[in-house]
Design a protein around this ligand. Sequence first.
Ligand code: E4P
Length: 229
Amino acid sequence: MKLFLDTAEIDEIRTAARWGVLDGVTTNPSLFAKVGGTYDGVLREICTLTPGPVSAEVVADDVEGMLREGRHFASLAPNIFVKVPMSEEGLEAIARLTEEGIKTNCTLIFSANQGLLAAKAGASLLSPFVGRLDDINEEGMTVIRELASIVEIHGLAAEVLVASVRHPRHVTDAALAGAQIASVPMKVLRQMVHHPLTDSGIIRFREDWQKAQTAAIAPEPSAVATARG
Ligand code: E4P
């Protein structure tokens, strides 16, 4: 399963890349609003640090506006995927960007049928939002399971990218459901690294190693007695 980082923070992307676990990045207007600079500048930098797809989201609500923004993002770097919201206009924009050879990520998917439509329109990535469904007392993972099965059964070219991930259990369940990608905030990526028994185990091994070192340099009690004569 591929792991993307859901962020526009350059330091977080650098860290995940150093760990060797970064396959791509998703951004959106809310994530960009948390960092400074221009969206173009941030995207360019993210693209140089990221081996795989980097999603850049359009904000226009009409097809021509989405196309204009999408073509512009695609000109910034070869690994840009244009993120387009699920809507009637969004589907048309995805279809036309696909015809032009521009890769797209259909976002704000909340049902398997929306995902199916996005795949038919040509989206390379389908982004169902698991956390926002859980937030309104729905079972977000059901949509992930349904969409992953539809992609598998019908051999669709699109990949399911699980978005709106809130905790590590979402990642495990998404992987078991057959989703190809999970895009996770840095907080969740760190939670995936750690386990209380791992962390306490590291401390205990270090302490025991230190005790062994101290014992090795301390003189044997018998040698001390002989020396005292
Ligand atoms: C990523 O593609 C989505 O925009 C993001 O995961 C949404 O997450 P949120 O529901 O935590 O805002």
